[in-house]
Design a protein around this ligand. Sequence first.
Ligand SMILES: Nc1ncnc2c1ncn2[C@@H]1O[C@H](COP(=O)(O)OP(=O)(O)O)[C@@H](O)[C@H]1O
Ligand SMILES: C=C(OP(=O)(O)O)C(=O)O
Length: 582
Amino acid sequence: MVLKSMVASASNLSLVNFAGNPLFFSKNRVFGCRVVSLEFCFNKGRWKGSGSLNNFKVRAAVELGVEGSKSKASDATSVLDVVSEGELTVKGFAGLRKTKLVCTVGPSCSSLEELENLALGGMSIARLNMCHGTREWHRDVIRKIKKLNVEKGFCISVMIDTEGSQIHVIDHGASSSVKVEEGSIWHFTAEHFEGSRPFTVQTNYRGFSEDIEVGDELVIDGGMACFEVIEKIGNDLHCKCIDAGLLLPGAKFSFWRDGKLVGRNYKLPTLSTKDWADIDFGIAEGVDFFALSFVNDADSVKDLKNYLSTKSTKSIKVLAKIESLESLHKLEEIVRASDGIMVARGDLGVEIPLEQIPTVQEDIIYVCRQLNKPVIVASQLLESMVEYPTPTRAEVADVSEAVRQYADALMLSGESAIGSYGRKALAVLDMTSSRMESWNREENRQSLLNQHQLGVSLPECITEQICNCAVEMANNLGVDAIFVYTKHGHMASLLSRNRPNPPIFAFTNDESTRMALNLQWGVVPLLLDLSDDAESNISKSVQLMESKGLISQGDVVLVVSDIAPTRSTPVALQSIQVKTII
Ligand SMILES: Nc1ncnc2c1ncn2[C@@H]1O[C@H](COP(=O)(O)OP(=O)(O)O)[C@@H](O)[C@H]1O
Ligand SMILES: C=C(OP(=O)(O)O)C(=O)O
């Protein structure tokens, strides 16, 4: 794969190009036919097909309310989560939202009742930011979520977001925001003292002013206020405000010279001692994802993944947060090393000019889809809803844009953590993403998605081609659903990467795979006891869906299966079958 390097400097961020082959996007569609039986197998490099088409039925979505019934009792062994089941019952296959929703849990939503409200509202992943709260507080939240999963039949994954090492303000002379007037002189110091002093800002890191020169600009939180360095005394800086604004608690800052970010090597590790302790805590509490803050290269991701493989019996996924200029320079290697990415627009906006965030976001999402890694778009999606019960029109447009770009997931931060309208904000994400997804479908936009070939070996290429072709068939035939059987989630993710029209029901017998698939666009993960016998897996899954009244006569399901060679059947067989429920 040839991936043009993404960024040269903060002031010149360019698009990424792949030299890949556009794969199998035919404009031929087969509507108006009914599929009776159609089967294709890819065996030893040859396509074998048989079957007939006539009078194919496209199922109409029933546009009804989204609301699930609160406190609906469910048995603990529930294989399909109650929210997906409720949505399917009410809205049908075509009505299922594909974009996943992540909520940051904070004081506003940490009660069992509020967490249940968010779960019913469509939260797939609960994010806990270790920058805030104590481990005891987080433990309590994790246990409540697990209790809801077991007792109420939800399937909410837990993500721990590490604090990371970043230079920020630890005291600026007030408990809330402070106005900074133009021309006022401020003292920035690494000295730690009790209490506050006027016009004095304490920072958390002694070396914060290394390499900084008189004349450099100090920008607060990506533009909340701006200072010029007028004097350097030891490690401390005297600065004059040149653009009035606000200093908030915990504010972050960046230094600029001649319009460019001053690249710094603070020698701060991506994972601090506290972060490692938080990771041990997360392992012990059985979390599903770690989001790694301030990743600057692939090594920190690899280190954490190696650590997890020795310390945890379950597979915990590692997401890299892209929030620094350095991480943009090394985007491809970071994406390759990670299990997924978070576009952390908050901190990214401290390091790159704000007007570059939209295109950088689009580039990151594109790279992630090409490399088949799920991607979350985070921060300030509905910021005004921290205070107000409705979003701004611009916020709705921002959410729609992330969905149009085919991000896997959208994340709420302060809106759910400290806002008064967390549930409403989630409903806005739900409605806005559903609307944009149907527009994408109506416009047939996924046909424009070309996939770079990822596989190297023949078996990898076969799997990838099967998934690409399966999605093309599913879209052309207008099937109701795709079923896939997956141990580690790989085939499900390859199907998801093609952003198919029908939902992907991914049956797995591995609980951690189920929880990880919660992040993948369009995938509904289900727990099912799978065997080596593909036909028995298929009939079990169909029976399960029938028993719940979720599929019925006339529904058409495209089934993708992958059978590893066994002693009795010594050939690997990967197949696409189209089943009509009779
Ligand atoms: N566990 C928590 N306890 C208290 N406040 C929290 C917690 N998690 C989040 N918050 C609040 O919600 C806001 C938004 O959350 P988040 O996006 O995670 O943080 P940050 O502002 O650090 O980027 C934070 O600024 C903080 O005020
Ligand atoms: C999600 C982000 O990270 P944090 O909340 O840790 O600042 C961000 O910076 O956008």
